[in-house]
Ligand binder design. Sequence first.
Ligand SMILES: C[S@@+](CC[C@H](N)C(=O)[O-])C[C@H]1O[C@@H](n2cnc3c(N)ncnc32)[C@H](O)[C@@H]1O
Ligand code: SF4
Length: 450
Amino acid sequence: MRPELVKLFEAARVPRYTSYPTAPHFSARIGPAEHAAWLAAVPEDRPISLYLHVPFCRRLCWYCGCTTAIAPDTARPEAYAELLSAEIELVAAHLPGRVPVAHLHWGGGTPSSVGPRAFLRLVERLRRRFRIEPAAEHAIELDPRFLEPPTIEALVEAGVNRASLGVQSFDPEVQRAINRIQPADRTLAAIDVLRRAGISRINVDLLYGLPKQTVASCRATVAELLPAAPDRVAIFGYAHLPSLKKHQRLIDERQLPGAVERVAQFEAMAEALEAAGYVPIGLDHFARPEDPMARAAAEGRLRRNFQGYTTDPAETLVGLGASAISSFREGYVQNLHELAPWRAAVREGRLPTARGLALSARDRLEREAIERMMCDGAVDLAAVGARHGVAPQACITNPTRLAELERLGIVERDGTVLRVPAECRPLLRIAATIFDRYLEASPARHAVAV
Ligand SMILES: C[S@@+](CC[C@H](N)C(=O)[O-])C[C@H]1O[C@@H](n2cnc3c(N)ncnc32)[C@H](O)[C@@H]1O
Ligand code: SF4
């Protein structure tokens, strides 16, 4: 991408649009009563998705932007798992019956930190309270540094079929600068062991924009990873928000690359992956052509939810665990973020809802337009407008911004279709803002746009 375009937007702060409206706009006006009513209104026969959040890790990575806490052994995570089990009961009791589940996702933190026995107990509880479909996708985020054989055995027994591994960078200097020492051979061995055990679908997370990272080290990381042939690779830009994540102050800001360098790092990794046959998907994903995500993207079926890009078409996503977000036809609810109040609510048999948002008709329209832009890099205003009873032009929330992006060549218009050219893909989030009427209210909470 042209450096002058990058420079224009280097100070911009925009959401990642894993939901719309985004979480900073949720409020306490929506609470446990709405949560209970929306759970009760979930259709009994349509598959839903489950997200389970486990906010514990053994060691702190200094760049980490996730909701997690450090637990060097399994005592606290095991106690958490007991309450998570109670929350499963509580939520299931509000649902109209034993609803089918087609997607399960364990995120964190590092969900395997609960230990193999507690993990299996949780899955057993889920199977008792939900109809997990035989072909369901059962995914988990794993840290290759802490993947002992009993954990892998438990994952296999539980029916896990997709693992998402945190890698970030293989460069030892970068690893020292982020407090995450993870030799490449160990990561590659973990992928091999998981596949041999039957967990064949492997995703890998890489980062760019880390301290001491360079274009050369980014290229080298991809080259080291390619022999393992992961099914999907996500390349996230390091989001540095030390005012919200205090431990990020441990990172030496003088070692952070600037915006032009960040984009060059992303482009170098993208180029290497595409040269190896990976298909670029949305803002930051790459998949082998036969992977379901590549097929969904090609067919316009790709979706975006709180975990990022997904093939999951479900309308209902039930989130469990501290800070987890649920998505219903009516709107969003988020669980209490802090562990102590979350624990107290679950112990007392109350839904641990902190806040949420009821979707308006305009929210739904803008949500669809933003999702298509983030997933397809293009939006057909006529198609979106027709589904929401609005003229194509009236779908645009911020015409001034659209005019500016068109002038810069970041958005092109073809009839009623707005499209971001492939070389401007790092600016997809900027393009999505033309449909975002909440944006101005919370710029400080978002990471840089490029
Ligand atoms: C929950 S972690 C993955 C599982 C496990 N905890 C691990 O790190 O191996 C999710 C992913 O979020 C990404 N991530 C974490 N902090 C980030 C940040 N500040 N900016 C961008 N991405 C971040 C990393 O790529 C990480 O692999
Ligand atoms: S990146 Fe993963 S392992 Fe590191 S602290 Fe964050 S959640 Fe834990």
